[in-house]
Design a protein around this ligand. Structure first.
Ligand code: DHB
Length: 392
C-alpha cells in the first residue's frame, strides 16, 4: 500500500515536471516580439527610415536568436499621428502580444503610449522622442535617445565662454522646443548672458521666413535654434536666403538642426555652425567607424542620431532578453534594462537605474567639410551628462 502510494506520488510528480517542461518549451518556441512604432510616412519619415535601418543592421550583425529564443521585430507606421500610435500600441499588446514596445518618433507619440505600457506592464523603449518628462510618464519607459535639456546646457556654456552675450532663441513650439528654450535661457543667464527674444515656430509645416525676419530685427550676437530632425535643411536654406549667415548673427544649435541625415545637402550656409549633441557620424572611435561603414554599405545613406538610438535600443533589449535567459516578462526585462552600461557608437552610455533615462557624453561640434562632405566635427565634450531637468 505504502509502496503503491509512493509510486503514485512519484508518477504524479513526474507528470507535473513533464507538464512544466512542456510549458517552458512552448514559451521558448514562441518568438520574443518587439513592436516598433515609427513615423515611416509624413513630416518625420526620416526618423522612421533611420531607425528601421539601424534595427535591421543590429539584427544582421547580432542574429535573431537570443538565449535560445527567436526574436521577431514587428514594425508599424504611425505617420507621426498620436491617435494612430496609441491604437497600434494597443493592437500590438493585445493581439500580437509583444514583449516590448519601441520607437516613438515624436514626443506626443510617446506620451500617448505611456498609459498602455503601464497598464500592460510592457517595457517601452523610447528611441527618438526627447522631451525630458517622457520617462516620468510610466515606470515601464526606458530611453536610449537623449533629452533636450541634456543636449542644450553644454551649448549655452560654450556660447557664454566664447564672446556671445545676447541671444535670441528659436525653437519648435512643442515639448522638446520648450525644454531647449528654458534650459538654454537659464544656463546662459547663469553664465552672465542675456536672452533678448524667444521665438517659437509651429511644429507642422513651418514657414521660417517671418520668424527669421524677427531675429534679424533684434540683432543678437547669436540665434540658438532647436528644430526636430527633418527640418534643419529647410531652416538653413531660409537662413541663407535671408542673408542672416552674412549679417554677423551667429547660428548656434542643438545637433538636431545640423542633422547628419540632411547635413551634406545643406551647403556652405551650414559651414562653421557650432552645435551640441550626443552623436556625430564623424565620432572618431573604432566602434563608430565600424558602425558607420556597415550602415552606409547597407543603406547608401549616413546614420544620424536617430539611427544610433535605434541601434542602442536593440542592444538594451537584446541584453535584457539574455539576462532573463530568454524568458522575458515585463518586470524582469525592465529590471534588466536598468543600469545597463556599454559602449555605443556615440561613446559610453548608461541607463540610469533611478530615472530610466540615458546618461551620455555631449559633444560640442562644428560643421566642417571633410573629404568633400559636411560633418559635425567634435572639438570638446562634457562627460557623462545626466538629464539636468531631473531632480533625482
Ligand atoms: C523630438 C523629435 C525630434 O526629431 C528631435 O530631433 C528631437 C525631439 C521629439 O519630438 O521629442
Amino acid at each position: 500500500m505504502d509502496r503503491r502510494h509512493a509510486l503514485r506520488t512519484t508518477l504524479t510528480a513526474l507528470g507535473v515536471a513533464a507538464a512544466l517542461t512542456a510549458t517552458a518549451q512552448a514559451q521558448n518556441t514562441t518568438p520574443f516580439k518587439i513592436g516598433f512604432i515609427l513615423p515611416m510616412t509624413g513630416q518625420s519619415a526620416s526618423t522612421g527610415k533611420q531607425i528601421e535601418a539601424a534595427v535591421k543592421l543590429w539584427q544582421a550583425q547580432n542574429g535573431t536568436t537570443v538565449a535560445g529564443r527567436k526574436v521577431e521585430v514587428i514594425l508599424k507606421d504611425d505617420a507621426g499621428v498620436a491617435d494612430t500610435t496609441r491604437r497600434i500600441a494597443q493592437e500590438m499588446v493585445v493581439n500580437d502580444k509583444v514583449d516590448v514596445l519601441a520607437g516613438f518618433g515624436l514626443t506626443p507619440l510617446a506620451l500617448a503610449t505611456a498609459p498602455i505600457a503601464t497598464q500592460s506592464k510592457t517595457p517601452m523603449v523610447v528611441t527618438a522622442a526627447a522631451t525630458s518628462i517622457i520617462t516620468a510618464q510610466s515606470p515601464y519607459i526606458v530611453r536610449t535617445s537623449f533629452t533636450l535639456p541634456q543636449a542644450t546646457v553644454p551649448i549655452a556654456d560654450w556660447a557664454a565662454k566664447n564672446g556671445i552675450k545676447k541671444v535670441v532663441t528659436f525653437v519648435a513650439d512643442y515639448g522638446p522646443g520648450l525644454d531647449a528654450e528654458k534650459f538654454f535661457k537659464s544656463q546662459f543667464q547663469l553664465n552672465g548672458g542675456q536672452v533678448i527674444g524667444e521665438i517659437r515656430s509651429p511644429l507642422r509645416s513651418p514657414d521660417f521666413a517671418p520668424f527669421l525676419q524677427k531675429v534679424a530685427d533684434l540683432k543678437p550676437d547669436a540665434v540658438f535654434c532647436f528644430l526636430p530632425s527633418g527640418q534643419g535643411a529647410a531652416f538653413m536654406k531660409q537662413f541663407g536666403e535671408r542673408g542672416l549667415d552674412k549679417s554677423g548673427i551667429k547660428l548656434i544649435a542643438t545637433g538636431d538642426v545640423t542633422d547628419d541625415d540632411q547635413l551634406n545637402d545643406m551647403g556652405d550656409v551650414a559651414l562653421g555652425v557650432v552645435n551640441s549633441h550626443h552623436y556625430s557620424a564623424a565620432h572618431p572611435s573604432a566602434t563608430n567607424k565600424k558602425f558607420v561603414q556597415a550602415f552606409e554599405a547597407a543603406n547608401k545613406f549616413r546614420p544620424n542620431f536617430m539611427a544610433v538610438a535605434g541601434y542602442d535600443g536593440m542592444h538594451v533589449i537584446y541584453n535584457a532578453i539574455a539576462a532573463t535567459k530568454g524568458a522575458g516578462g515585463g518586470d524582469a526585462l525592465l529590471a534588466a534594462m536598468k543600469g545597463q552600461i556599454f559602449e555605443s557608437p556615440r561613446g559610453p552610455i548608461l541607463i540610469d537605474a533611478q530615472t530610466r533615462d540615458i546618461v551620455q557624453d555631449i559633444y560640442i561640434r562644428k560643421v566642417e567639410r571633410v573629404n568633400g562632405q559636411l560633418y559635425n566635427v567634435e572639438f570638446d565634450v562634457q562627460k557623462a551628462v545626466k538629464d539636468p531637468a531631473k531632480t533625482k
